[in-house]
Design a binder for this molecule. Structure first.
Ligand SMILES: Cc1ncc(COP(=O)(O)O)c(C=O)c1O
Length: 382
């Protein structure tokens, strides 16, 4: 059982999730899971380490990672890609900055659906662009895009791109084909690039499903650059390996112009792990999503029992929950109070933008037992 975890081992695991606050604090912040990396990945990595050959050239070996990407996208999402349209990068955020630098004018504006994963703000700002918020709407049926506002901001002369987090972190919102078609239509009418970060694509709960933005039409593939990785799915973010895909005649040539030295050789162990994950991971991913699905509902039960004032909508995707703590009257940064009084480390909602005041992000990719302890500690701190 993937979520049947040795909690002592989890709490003493190396890495920032459990080391940053010390192991008397329960950590549910950064987007690493508490699950073990699957054996088919560790075996492949260890096998290579034992065989040696970690020197120059490892990163350039013909590790079939582009073919693995092609097979995985076709098999999991019915999306046919050419390996020649896929570029390797170290991580998704490096890919994002490269795309912003290369394909959008300096000083132009990039539209983001807020609240949003904090590096979306810092990458846009760090590359000398401006971000423009299109806040998500919370409706009776869940999160939704505000298309009226999107139409307005997309029409501005300074806007050059729409940056999608698909599925969305922190709200766990999944866009369907109608949403995506509308986005592509807006992008096309306003001559905008669509950048789609799809790193959470495997972690989607039925009946929702992941549809790659670029896959919905020829127009979408002409407008879109997709950035994704297997690292989130297999809990191996530290191995650094991600992909940038575009088949657009307009966007592909400038992206390919970059000197390979600027990107650097891609971590060979990350490539080996990615291939192993996609070759052997189907059953493991199903089991993982089943366990996460259980946890997202368990979190509802636990909150109803211990913290009924907290508003929570189980996400359609991801192992991240976006908790509205405003009725607890803990001020703008309840995460700080949960940490100091309850010894629970969550992400402060403020990092995700101004809509995050009074919110926290809780990572529920842990054992049910740990999840219960987390919520009990949160409750004990108010
Ligand atoms: C939406 C999103 N994009 C990118 C990343 C980070 O990816 P990487 O570590 O490959 O830069 C995360 C990590 O949580 C994420 O949630």
């Amino acid at each position: 059982m993937i979520f049947d975890l040795d909690l002592d081992r989890v709490r003493n695991r190396p890495g920032i999730k459990w080391e940053r606050h010390g192991n008397d604090v329960l950590s549910a912040w950064v987007a690493d899971m508490d699950v073990e990396v699957p054996d088919f990945i560790t075996d492949a990595v260890i096998e290579r380490i034992k065989a040696g050959g970690l020197g120059y050239g490892f990163y350039d070996e013909p590790i079939p990672v582009l073919e693995a990407f092609q097979t995985r996208m076709s098999h999991a999402f019915n999306w046919d890609v050419e390996t020649s349209d896929v570029l390797r990068v170290h991580d998704v955020i490096q890919g994002l900055e490269w795309v912003l630098q290369t394909l959008t004018p300096a000083d132009s504006s990039i539209v983001v659906q807020t609240p949003i994963y904090p590096p979306f703000y810092s990458s846009v700002e760090g590359t000398g662009r401006n971000w423009l918020a299109n806040p998500l709407l919370e409706t009776d049926h869940g999160w939704a895009l505000d298309f009226n506002h999107l139409e307005e901001v997309a029409a501005r002369n300074d806007v050059s791109a729409l940056l999608l987090c698909h599925p969305h972190n922190p709200c766990g919102f999944v866009m369907d084909d109608t949403d995506l078609a509308q986005i592509v239509d807006i992008a096309d009418r306003n001559d905008l690039l669509v950048i789609s970060d799809e790193i959470h694509c495997d972690l989607v709960y039925s009946p929702n499903k992941h549809i790659p933005a670029a896959s919905i039409s020829d127009l979408a593939s002409e407008r879109t650059v997709t950035i994704t990785a297997a690292t989130k799915t297999f809990n191996m973010a530290g191995l650094r390996m991600a992909f940038v895909h575009t088949s657009s005649d307009r966007y592909s040539p400038p992206l390919k112009e970059i000197s390979t030295r600027m990107i650097g050789g891609i971590n060979g162990l990350g490539q080996i792990a990615t291939v192993a994950g996609w070759e052997h991971g189907d059953e493991w991913i199903s089991e993982l999503v089943e366990g996460l699905d259980h946890n997202r509902h368990l979190l509802s039960t636990l909150l109803n029992e211990h913290l009924p004032q907290v508003r929570y909508r189980p996400p359609q995707a991801t192992y991240l929950s976006w908790l509205d703590c405003r009725d607890l009257n803990l001020g703008d940064d309840p995460a700080e109070i949960f940490l100091s009084r309850g010894k629970v480390a969550l992400n402060s909602g403020l990092a995700f933008g101004s809509e995050g005041a009074g919110f926290v992000r809780l990572n529920f990719a842990t054992s049910p037992e740990m999840l219960a302890m987390l919520v009990e500690r949160m409750a004990s701190s108010i």
